[in-house]
Write a protein that binds this ligand. Structure first.
Ligand SMILES: *[C@@H]1O[C@H](CO)[C@@H](O)[C@H](O)[C@H]1NC(C)=O
Length: 358
């Protein structure tokens, strides 16, 4: 009997040790935890979480926090792994170690540039400089109200001229310089001269690059997403910027005013008098319920708190939905009996009131 117990005990210990050992191998950072998303998160959720945290954890914004740099790097690594379907699969199976083992270089590719434009507030701004600059490219990007309600990511393939080395050389960095030319006997002549350097020849080749833009929830019509240096290149200088401007498309049913949404709802005269119970789909498909017992007048505006758009600047502020009721009266004419019935039912005195609406 006691022998059995002992065996059982040993077995349990071995098991615990085994589990411990496995978890040591698999150990590594918990990327899901770092991004604060569930294991089942969609790519969009991952991107969204990354973007939000990248803003919060950016070292420039957390100068007092000694660990800020490290946390920011953890975030970058988490995003890099989970946003790549192949790497994510490996990670799910065998953790960060697994990804490293599979990884060709294990190097950290900075996922921050080329993502969302300048979410961190611009590249420092070189101020006034004399460096020639290519043109800015400004593009409208049309978004639906659904996208503004829920947020979305769009990829834009940009065919961009990229400078490549070509054979031969060219004059570059030309400037005017003053030279002194000795004329003998302590006399000099000052002359202005055009001086140039010799540079490799350059040709522009069109290359496609994919830019990712987040349609942030609540983004306003006319909002700009700049991508530094993605504009037109300049042969001797810096490229211009690429700027996307959000243009909100008209929606068939909803209208937007700031963070509030407006919609019209037609009900029957019968429902207007008896009350009603309707459900209609919101922009993301969730149902908006409207229940009324009271008599509803045409033109009445019912407010559904918190059913508007999230504010762009703050996710905790949400607008309202205003539903304006329109009453669909029956057509035609009532017969004598029906008229009597309405009279008894409503029991209203005839009354005529002229007014001018002021
Ligand atoms: C509701 O109807 C009114 C009157 O027809 C119209 O002016 C308004 O634009 C409509 N609102 C929406 C959200 O479509």
């Amino acid at each position: 009997m006691s022998n059995m117990k002992l065996n059982y005990g040993i077995y349990t210990w071995t098991l615990i040790l085994l589990i411990f050992a496995t978890s040591l191998v698999v150990a590594g950072r918990d990327f899901y935890k770092i991004l604060n998303v569930p294991k089942s998160a969609t790519l969009n959720q991952i991107k969204k979480a990354f973007r939000k945290l990248a803003k919060e954890l950016h070292p420039d914004k957390n100068k007092d926090d000694a660990r800020a740099q490290e946390r920011f790097q953890d975030l970058g690594a988490a995003y890099e792994t989970l946003s790549d379907p192949d790497k994510r699969k490996i990670y799910d199976k065998s953790g960060e170690e697994g990804v490293k083992r599979h990884g060709d270089d294990g190097g950290f590719h900075d996922p921050f540039p080329n993502f969302f434009g300048d979410i961190f507030g611009g590249g420092g701004g070189g101020g006034e400089s004399n460096v020639p600059r290519g043109g800015d490219v400004i593009l409208d990007i049309f978004v639906t109200l659904e996208e503004v309600y829920s947020g979305n990511f769009v990829e834009v393939v940009r065919a961009k001229p990229v400078a490549r080395k070509a054979s031969g050389s060219r004059q570059c960095n030309c400037r005017t310089e003053m030279r002194t030319k000795p004329l003998g006997a302590g006399r000099f002549q000052m002359i202005q001269e055009q001086v140039c350097d010799k540079c490799d020849n350059i040709k522009f080749v069109t290359e496609e690059s994919v830019l990712e833009i987040e349609i942030e929830p609540g983004v306003l019509d006319g909002f700009q997403y700049p991508f530094t240096a993605e504009g037109e290149p300049h042969i001797d200088g810096e490229p211009g910027d690429l700027i996307f401007i959000i243009r909100l498309q008209k929606h068939k049913k909803f209208e937007r005013k700031n963070n509030d949404l407006y919609i019209n709802l037609t009900i029957t005269l019968q429902d207007a008098l008896n009350g009603f119970d309707v459900e209609f789909p919101h922009l993301d498909g969730h149902k908006v319920k409207l229940t009324r017992e009271k008599i509803t007048w045409p033109g009445v505006r019912i407010r559904k708190k918190g059913e508007g758009l999230p504010a762009h600047e703050s996710n905790t502020i949400v607008g309202d939905l205003f539903i304006t009721i329109d009453v669909d009266f029956p057509k035609g004419e009532l017969n004598t009996d029906q008229r009597e019935a309405v009279k008894t039912l409503l029991n209203q005195q005839s009354k005529h009131n002229l007014y001018n609406g002021l």
